[in-house]
Design a protein around this ligand. Structure first.
Ligand SMILES: *[C@@H]1O[C@H](CO)[C@@H](O)[C@H](O)[C@H]1NC(C)=O
Ligand SMILES: [Ca+2]
Length: 325
């Protein structure tokens, strides 16, 4: 490649970058967004419905308060016909609990709306996408990650979200994200572009997106609804939504744009290999150090057996020789 081509190539890249930046701003879809001031006339929010413990104030929408056994939800009332989008949610999860808090909240792109159920306040066996911001680890076993944890699940109506395992068997990807009880603003971006789902966070007060995970091969139909739901149980937190912004991503030369996606079934090509399918350890479980010590003792025992065995064998040989002569 000669220098000229490289320069032209870079200019093109820069140009498309700038353009997509502009487009991102230009194509905010008001009917799928929630920005201050929230209220229209009276207690209603234009384009949004809410249910359960959800409370609308001037500065935030509180899906659950920091009280036990609360369930709330907020649902967009207009089905989404945008095919490539970026949903940016400004949220705040906070509460009195220092070590114990929960349960978290979910950002939905789902077929059914306003249905109360066991998955963070929404129905199980849903159709669509769930991005789960789980603050409480229900699974006491050996998780290989910490909470708070962000994961995604795609469901065609047949999969059960297993709360007791924090959904590890059905998640397509996830990342740890310490988004709770922060002084500064916290944001999450859920980008769905050409069947690639990218979830990014802005929780470090840097005004920049940091990728949490990216998964290819995600098929989502059009005509579903955006929503947010949250629950508290024995443990609680305030789950607040400050804004939701939906940007249409303009993709020139996109063949998919002509494809009818209204009747496809949600699907994911790649699933994370299931993690711990093992049963929960008994309460008097072996801690890591105990397991290590037991393994050490086991190793020493094996070595000792081998050494004794060899000595015994040599003794026998000596005996044999003695007898032979
Ligand atoms: C639904 O998803 C499950 C699990 O991924 C899969 O086995 C099943 O074939 C899917 N069903 C439909 C109708 O797509
Ligand atoms: Ca959990």
């Amino acid at each position: 490649m000669n220098v000229q081509i490289i320069i032209i190539f870079n200019l093109l890249l820069l140009n498309s970058y700038v353009r997509s930046e502009w487009n991102t701003r230009d194509y905010m879809k008001r009917e799928h967004s929630l920005i201050k001031p929230y209220q229209g006339s009276g207690m209603t929010i234009p384009f949004w419905d809410f249910t359960g413990s959800t409370m609308v104030t001037n500065n935030y929408i509180r899906i659950t308060p920091d009280l036990q056994s609360k369930t709330g939800a907020l649902w967009n009332s207009i089905p989404v016909y945008v095919k490539n989008w970026d949903l940016q949610v400004h949220y705040k999860v906070h509460g009195k609990g220092k070590d114990l808090f929960g349960d978290g909240f979910v950002i939905w792109y789902a077929k059914d709306r306003m249905q109360t159920g066991p998955v963070f306040g929404n129905n199980d066996f849903f159709h669509g996408l769930a991005v789960i911001l789980d603050t409480y680890s229900n699974h006491n076993g050996p998780h290989n990650h910490q909470h708070p944890y962000i994961s995604a699940m795609v469901n065609n109506g047949t999969l059960h979200y297993d709360h007791d395992r924090d959904g590890t068997h059905t998640q397509i990807a996830g990342c740890e994200a310490k988004f709770r009880n922060l002084e500064h603003d916290t944001h999450v971006s859920i980008k769905y572009e050409r069947d690639v789902l990218t979830v990014s966070t802005d929780i470090e007060n840097k005004a920049a997106w940091k990728e949490c995970f990216q998964v290819k091969g995600i098929k989502l139909p059009t005509g579903y609804y955006f929503g947010v739901s949250a629950t508290t149980g024995d443990l609680s937190d305030n789950h607040d939504i400050l804004s939701i912004r939906l940007y249409e991503l303009d993709l020139p030369d996109d063949q998919q744009n002509n494809e009818d996606r209204s009747n496809i079934v949600p699907s994911a090509t790649y699933f994370e290999p299931p993690r711990d399918h093992t049963e929960d350890p008994k309460p008097s479980s072996l801690s890591g150090i105990k397991v290590f010590l037991l393994m050490m003792i086991g190793c020493i025992a094996i070595v000792a057996c081998v050494v004794i065995g060899i000595m015994f064998y040599q003794k026998q040989q000596e005996h044999g020789r003695k007898r032979f002569y």
